[in-house]
Design a protein around this ligand. Structure first.
Ligand code: HEM
Length: 360
């Protein structure tokens, strides 16, 4: 095993490797657990649906910001302009209210997913404990998401507010959103894997080589860089919303002027950081793709990561060139969510494959 890689057999065995061995032991000794596969299949389908609902709600949240509708319900939360059902609402009110209703739905389905997972998985195995931890985290982060969204309204970080505090809050909101998506994606992927255990040998075949790949610090760096890129994107998007440019040249001049608002001066950071981060992920995904055998989940997610990063570059360039029209902003936000999800699942599948190989 490559010592420099940080993927020693010892580290693998001392970690979640026990989870897989426990899982296999439990599988052999308890046939009843095999019959739980269909339950896992249903849970997996529900978890993918919950993930999709959350992505849709996030994109709608982007629309609330891009259309300047954040103050559509005034500084009232959970009431809207002091009323449960607003009378004679403006279009901004309908947009903001729509986001509140759909994010309430997202909260309900995430909590339902958490409870279902807790009921299905016992504490007896390491993989069960891992799923239960994810379930609790999902519940925690969806409440965090609701609290951060409510904070935006109550603190009046909406409409034309261009304060530094709003920028920090929005970046924090985005980090919470990304962590929530990662947790939901892991719940979906892992319950899918539990439901289709017969595919594991395929993943194992690729594990010997995938285990030799990037060290843990490189994975951490990649995740941090992607989170940071998204945070700078949220700040760029806020700058575009508050200070729309009338031409590319004027926009660039604004970005480089020492007297410009700090949101404009920060705006230029995002494309630069994004290019570096994108190249890092292309490198990582390329490594995983080359090492994975046909049919391995890690390879599947690596191909998605590659395509999505390339697509995101194209959408980002177009967003810049066409001065951030709202449909492109939303497409770019959607693609950022998908890049993140594919990247998280790619590295999770690769790690699991390495663990399975070490326990084989
Ligand atoms: C992996 C690559 C990238 C990621 C993860 C990413 C992520 C993001 C995110 C999360 C936002 C905020 C969207 C919103 O809140 O509505 C954003 C905005 C933006 N990004 Fe990127 N981005 C990437 C690449 C690029 C590239 C390569 C460019 C340009 C060359 C670019 C240009 C922009 C622009 C101009 C905005 C502001 C658009 C707006 O007003 O909504 N991005 N990005």
């Amino acid at each position: 095993m490559n010592a420099a890689s940080g993927w020693s057999a010892k580290s693998i065995r001392s970690g979640t490797g026990r989870g897989y061995r426990d899982t296999f032991a439990a599988m052999n000794s308890r046939p009843a657990e095999l019959s739980a596969r269909s339950d896992n299949g249903s849970l997996a389908r529900f978890a993918w649906l919950v993930l999709a609902v959350n992505v849709a709600v996030i994109v709608w949240g982007g629309f609330v910001r891009a259309s300047g509708s954040g103050a559509g319900c005034g500084a009232h939360w959970p009431l809207c302009n002091g009323e449960v059902v607003p009378q004679d609402p403006r279009i901004e009110t309908l947009i903001e209210l729509g986001h509140r209703i759909t994010s309430g739905l997202a909260l309900v389905v995430v909590v339902a997913l958490g409870i279902w997972t807790l009921r299905l998985y016992s504490r007896a195995t390491a993989s069960g404990r891992g799923m239960r931890r994810l379930a609790w985290l999902a519940i925690l982060f969806i409440f965090g998401e609701a609290a951060l969204g409510a904070g935006l309204v109550l603190l009046e970080y909406v409409g034309q507010n261009s304060s530094g505090a709003r920028a920090v809050w929005m970046a924090g909101h985005l980090v919470n959103t990304f962590l929530l998506l990662a947790i939901l994606a892991l719940l979906a992927e892992r319950s899918h894997r539990e439901a289709t255990r017969e595919r594991l040998p395929v993943d194992r075949a690729s594990a010997g080589t995938t285990a030799e790949l990037a060290p843990r610090w490189l994975e951490l760096l990649s995740f941090t860089a992607l989170l940071f890129t998204a945070m700078t994107g949220a700040i760029a998007a806020l700058g575009d919303t508050l200070f729309p440019a009338t031409s590319l040249v004027e926009g660039l001049a604004q970005d480089l002027s020492p007297t410009a608002h700090f949101l404009l001066r920060l705006r230029v950071l995002h494309p630069l950081v994004a290019i570096g981060t994108g190249l890092l992920w292309i490198y990582l995904a390329q490594q995983v793709r080359e090492a994975a055998t046909a049919g391995a989940r890690a390879g599947f997610w690596a191909r998605w990561t590659l395509s999505l990063v390339a697509t995101q570059f194209a959408i980002g360039l177009a967003t810049l060139a066409f001065l951030a029209p709202v449909p492109l902003q939303l497409l770019h936000l959607l693609c950022a969510d998908l890049v993140w999800i594919a990247g998280v699942l790619m590295l999770d599948c690769r790690r699991r494959a390495a663990v399975a190989a070490a326990g084989a």
